[in-house]
Design a protein around this ligand. Structure first.
Ligand SMILES: Nc1ncnc2c1ncn2[C@@H]1O[C@H](COP(=O)(O)OP(=O)(O)OP(=O)(O)O)[C@@H](O)[C@H]1O
Ligand SMILES: [Mg+2]
Length: 350
């Protein structure tokens, strides 16, 4: 089983309007509300893939899902602190999408991420930073992870931390998970990831610009964000640096350019030959889901080039399939199946 932790979930609100004119007031055509947050996206992708009964070559797991997800290698459960007033809405949405969850009730309201979408598809996003949780809420979150650890093999931690959060939270969760023999996959950035690396997380998956921010945090220099892509370290440089700083393996994703893996002496690049057009938000979460599924099935990091290639093929296929969906946290397993054979993988020799 995979436990996905989302420290800073958001209620994703989408307003549809014909066009936006700055400084004017607008009548909203339709409103949708959805439980959002990176770890919830990871769990939703895993729930979709696990529930798919077709014989998928792109799926790095052959386990049978269970709604409760209580046995190793079987299912997923999403853990997140959620404001008391929003808890029912989150639970109803996750239930409707068949995503098993343990929501920790918090007195702090859940942040909102508002997308204003015009009729031509252009989206303007307004993302709240979130409200810091009390130490009591983090203890309840940690207790829930520990309760689930006995029946889990993998912990993923995804996304930002609310402002004011102890920057060692991810470090402590990594240590806790390792004490329970869980594999740890981190898709967090900045200070939180820099501080967790000495605990040797099994796999880290920042995107290229997040990885650059982590390298700045490690070096004690400020991140000159937003950095121009040309000035960022390459995905390969970033992956080597993350492993050098303590990660057992690093996958640095680079949008349509694919990803780079570094694990010990092995360095691989994986990508589709041609970029897809669509919605890249949440593609990284689908990649994290595929990586976690592979670790859950094997119970360990891949050992050698061939098993890594199989896992990266699935990772690129799942994440590219997510690009084809209009919302984050969704993918069609048939798209992942179709795309997997096209993934190009090459060894990087230094
Ligand atoms: N346009 C695209 N076409 C094909 N594959 C893509 C495209 N964009 C992203 N991907 C795939 O998705 C993976 C993750 O993308 P990206 O690096 O943008 O993640 P991210 O920034 O972490 O995304 P998010 O945090 O929004 O989930 C890439 O490694 C690649 O395999
Ligand atoms: Mg990401």
């Amino acid at each position: 089983m995979i436990v996905t932790l989302t420290p800073n979930p958001a209620l994703d609100i989408t307003y549809a309007v014909p066009t936006v004119t700055l400084g004017e007031s607008h009548r909203v055509g339709s409103v949708t509300e959805r439980a959002g947050g990176k770890g919830l996206n990871v769990a939703a992708v895993l729930a979709t893939m696990l529930a798919s009964t077709s014989n998928r070559t792109s799926t790095p797991t052959t386990t049978t899902p269970t709604e409760t997800g209580t046995s190793p290698g079987a299912g997923v459960v999403a853990v997140a602190p959620v404001g008391a007033l929003d808890r029912d809405l989150f639970a109803a949405d996750l239930d409707a999408r068949r995503v098993p969850h343990r929501l920790i009730e918090s007195p702090c309201p859940t942040r909102r991420s508002v997308a204003v979408v015009e009729s031509d598809g252009r989206a303007t996003l307004l993302n709240e930073a979130g409200v810091g949780q009390s130490r009591r809420v983090w203890q309840l979150v940690t207790d829930e992870v520990e309760r689930l650890a006995g029946s889990a093999r993998v912990l993923t931690v995804s996304g930002s931390l609310p402002p004011g959060t102890d920057p060692d939270l991810v470090l402590r969760l990594t240590e806790l998970a390792h004490a329970h023999d869980l594999l740890v996959v981190l898709d967090v950035s900045g200070e939180a990831l820099a501080r967790a690396l000495p605990a040797h997380p099994d796999l880290v998956k920042p995107n290229r610009s997040e990885a650059a921010g982590v390298l700045h945090a490690l070096a004690g220099t400020t991140d000159p964000a937003p950095a121009a892509t040309a000035t960022l370290p390459t995905a390969e440089e970033a992956a080597y640096a993350l492993v050098g700083a303590g990660a057992r393996a690093a996958v640095v994703s680079d949008g349509a350019a694919g990803l780079v893996l570094v694990h010990g002496e092995l360095a691989l690049r994986a990508r589709l030959p041609r970029p897809l057009t669509g919605n890249p938000t949440g593609a990284g979460d689908a990649l994290t889901a595929a990586l976690a599924a592979g670790l859950d099935q094997a119970g360990q990091l891949p050992d050698g080039a061939a098993p890594w290639e199989a896992l990266l093929r699935a990772g690129v296929a799942w994440s590219a399939a997510a690009v084809l969906q209009p919302v984050a946290g969704a993918l069609d397993p048939a798209d992942a199946d179709r795309l997997a054979p096209d993934v190009e993988i090459e060894e990087i020799r230094s």
